[in-house]
Write a protein that binds this ligand. Structure first.
Ligand SMILES: [Zn+2]
Length: 459
């Protein structure tokens, strides 16, 4: 075992537990034991936690006190009762966040967090230390399914902290290197000419696993394959996080790195929600969160197996409970069991973000994947971005594959978009060198700027 991994595992963590009362390892152990419980037992435990959370919220959280009498007198199970509670969308939460702070919680003692705002305004919220540790425990449990342990070296491809000055940046890198055994490569520096250098850096560091954005890994992998480069060290896994992992991305990343590509599903404002197991299924950490799936327009629950908008209720955060928080993702729950032996409930599919859905001129919803399918079926384009400004007005940015591009490819793409979104939509086509990542370092393929209701006014 390399020295740093051993120090982190055997010295640093026990010290953190002793002096900072950090309980992450206890939580990992609890999650590990729970994963083998029967689905019925897991559900019972989740239900009991949900009940405690509702007890707390209706008593202490201004946004929920109006439900106190109803909750006290109801004969319903907590899962049913939840359906009476309002959906919490990000905008509403941003505008009235103070009403979600528990009586007695002192913001000065809490952990302030915020979303990156890559898909809109940042959302600010508070957490307590144990909640953050439970999220971390969920990630470590997921990683343990691949033989990865606390302290193992990793390379992260990430939106780098560009706002830091040079000295802060150095301190940040040192902390990453020696306290976390982690090396960071900026997602902004994945240019063609630097790929060989990045590979040398990774090789020297000898990580057990890589961790980062799906789009950044996909770009890295494509450049490796184009140049015939390989990493030449064994990896336990490549962990893709913070973005939808598309099938074509998984394929190219697996091919380039020769390691399993693992989907971590989480969000800064939702915690670590699910992890992909070695059998390929996504397991939701039902010990930490309660998930519901609703129709994105009506807000009504959809039957298990059907895709809709995800609502997350964190079962532990008592300082600022957010019930039925609409994270912005589309997915389906599943009643199936997985062959891997882990009994955490299975998520059927994670379909991307509600923001990735387009709306056609006749009001139907079309997933952003459709354009992906059209473009991937042609060889002429490396990548693309489609922006829907209004149902009938779009901008398409295309990055050409110079050797393979045929002028008729553009017509094929435009015809595909029109068949899905409406024959009379106007599409401004721009050929660009690359699709720039957003401020957080993520690259988005599909962006909708008008509401999903299908009734947005024409400009
Ligand atoms: Zn499984």
């Amino acid at each position: 075992m390399p020295l740093t991994a051993s120090l982190i595992r055997n010295v640093q963590w026990p010290l953190m537990e002793r002096f900072k009362q950090n309980q992450t390892r206890t939580y990992i152990q609890q999650l590990l034991e729970a994963q083998y419980l029967s689905p019925a037992d897991l559900q019972k435990r989740q239900s009991a936690k949900l009940k405690q959370l509702l007890d707390h919220a209706v008593q202490n959280v201004p946004a929920y006190t109006e439900f106190a009498d109803e909750w006290r007198t109801t004969a319903e199970e907590p899962e049913q009762f939840m359906q009476r509670m309002p959906l919490l969308d990000k905008r509403h939460f941003r505008e009235s966040a103070d009403r979600y702070l528990s009586a007695g919680a002192n913001p000065a003692e809490l952990i302030a967090n915020r979303t990156g705002g890559s898909t809109g305004e940042p959302t600010r919220f508070f957490l307590d230390r144990p909640t953050v540790e439970r999220y971390e425990a969920a990630r470590w449990l997921g990683l343990s399914w691949y033989g990865i342990q606390i302290g193992d070296p990793s390379v992260m491809i990430w939106g780098s902290p560009i706002e830091l000055n040079q000295r802060e940046a150095l301190r940040y890198q040192l902390k990453e290197r020696w306290l976390k055994n982690r090396l960071i490569i900026s997602a902004y520096e994945l240019e063609e000419k630097r790929i060989a250098e990045h590979l040398r850096t990774i090789r020297r560091f000898r990580p057990a696993y890589l961790y980062g954005y799906a789009s950044a890994f996909a770009l890295f992998a494509e450049l490796m394959l184009q140049k015939g480069l390989s990493l030449d060290i064994p990896l336990k896994a490549v962990i893709s996080t913070a973005e939808t992992l598309h099938e074509h991305q998984r394929k190219v990343i697996t091919e380039a790195f020769g390691a399993p590509v693992v989907n971590e599903y989480g969000a800064r404002d939702g915690g670590i929600i699910a992890y992909q197991c070695p059998a390929g299924r996504m397991h939701a950490f039902s010990e930490n969160c309660f998930l519901e799936v609703v129709d994105p327009v009506s807000g009504k629950q959809v039957p298990i197996g059907e895709a809709g908008a995800l609502l997350v209720t964190d079962l532990y955060n008592r300082v600022m409970p957010r019930l039925r928080y609409q994270l912005g993702d589309m997915l389906a729950l599943s009643a199936e069991n997985c062959s891997c032996g882990i009994n955490y409930p299975v998520l059927k599919e994670i379909d991307g973000r509600v923001d990735d859905m387009f709306v056609s001129t006749n009001g139907t919803f079309v997933h952003g994947h459709f354009i992906n399918h059209i473009i991937r079926s042609l060889d002429g384009f490396r990548t693309f971005q489609l922006v829907q400004h209004a149902p009938d007005r779009l901008t398409l940015r295309l990055v050409k594959h110079d050797e393979k591009f045929q002028p008729e490819d553009e017509l094929t793409v435009l015809a595909g978009i029109r068949s899905a979104l409406g024959g009379d939509v106007s599409i401004a086509v721009h050929y660009v060198e690359q699709i720039p990542p957003t401020a957080s370092g993520k690259t988005r393929y599909a962006i909708r700027e008008c509401p999903l209701t299908g009734s947005c006014p024409q400009e």
